[in-house]
Design a binder for this molecule. Sequence first.
Ligand code: HEM
Length: 406
Amino acid sequence: MEITAPQGLSGAPPFPQQRACPYQPPPAYEQLGAQGPLSRVTLFDGRVVWFVTGYPEARQLLADPRISADRQRPDYPAVAPRFQAEVAKRLVLIGMDPPAHDEHRRLLNPDFSRKRVASLRPVVQDIVDHYVDRMLRTGPPADLVRDFALPVPSRVISEVLGLPHEDLEFFQDASRRLLQATTGEESQEAGRELIGYLDALATRRRTEPGPGLIGRLAREDVATGRLSHADLVQIALVILVAGHETTASTIALGAITLLDHPEQLARMQAGPDTVPAVVEEILRCVAVTDLAGVRVATADIPVAGQVIRAGDGVLLSATMANRDGRVHQDPQAFDTGRTGRRQLSFGYGIHQCLGQSLARLELEIAFSTLFTRIPALRLAVPADRLPTRPPGSGTVQGVNEMPVTW
Ligand code: HEM
């Protein structure tokens, strides 16, 4: 028999929550997971929403057309104040439903295919080498976030989009403010700056050809009327913010995880062939977005013996689905010997991460180069003393600084 979940359930724990260890789930997630594949959490504005912790249930829901990612819907849940900013509600692709979503995605898929991304390997390697060279020249010590994890994906995204190098510092700073803002106003202000910048660049690229995705879309799609100028600006914005902080945080938290597991780090250092499996296990464990998706149900959806009602908010926890004991043996253990890609860190369904091949390439090159060229790299403070980001500052998990030495 189907059980209907009670509406307005009280006592649902708050979301998001502080992590105690930078790469492990917040301690209270364990109790949420123990309640079965579906439970409830309370958002900052008092709204109670579903929290899906089961791997098959999360995939089922993410593939269900009765679940909407449209951030402009009044019933779409805001998981932090910054999501109430207009700039967050208007995000194309990630915040859109079909058919508009699919049209945009079709335009972009070729640029992010595995084959196209593989051709970027020498570019990414050069960028990674550049920042390792600089760390070796100026250190020890160094701050791995400031000196490596953050600038590497920034430079890669700027190459992909075709942004001039001299603008790197500006957009690094503005996207950090956009993603880590604690208020809607702060986020809106940073968003306005980024949009103004990308708008000017996209306009320039129509008459003054330039490299990268913005140049290509301006020439091939805006000029032929397949894409509006405003949508091109929004696409550039979403790629910039989605691909930058996520990858940076995965580099930082992945490095902490490896340093905390010296025997597995040594195995990676001894055998470069193991790096892809190491990256998969890091992705599974750290799940920097915490959520594989935030959605609202547009119809009643039965799942795992419960019914998600039309209008209910649904958070799909990658952190917990990746630790589903029905899918992974000893799910809490960091074990780089696992095979397969059974994790939801890149989401699932039509919104599955556009940049996942690029992210995997960056992570592989970043970890292998860093730990080969600086084999004695170690944290200058214990991992549990690294300040994690306060909950509510954003949804990308990470550390703001990471003092290292060698
Ligand atoms: C480790 C790094 C990354 C992680 C963990 C990550 C995670 C995710 C997740 C969970 C989603 C799905 C969101 C949802 O369904 O609501 C997503 C979507 C997306 N990601 Fe990533 N991402 C990463 C890197 C990148 C990179 C490098 C790029 C761009 C170059 C990128 C661009 C995007 C875009 C554009 C979407 C929206 C796709 C759509 O809605 O069709 N991401 N990402």
